[in-house]
Design a protein around this ligand. Sequence first.
Ligand code: FES
Length: 100
Amino acid sequence: MMERLCASADVPEGEVFQVDLGDGRVLAVYRVDGQVYATDDLCTHGDASLAEGEIENGEIVCPYHMGKFDIRTGEATGAPCSIALRTYSVVERDEAIHLI
Ligand code: FES
């Protein structure tokens, strides 16, 4: 079953938006080149919300130590990050973004 994360309008092109599902899961939802993606919001290096970071060339730059992750794959692409982010499958339908 699909789980609604947020409205499409919450995530403009090139932006990242935090979604707290209220059950311990906090996700970062991204839009890059029109496509939506989701990862865990918590950086794997420290206690930082990636939704407060900036997207550059398909990567999210952590606001704390400027580590980087590939938004599509979750792979850690910039030091000091070395552990991949968990990614989630999302779909956009009816003006909303859903977890599938
Ligand atoms: Fe994210 Fe250190 S907490 S790079």
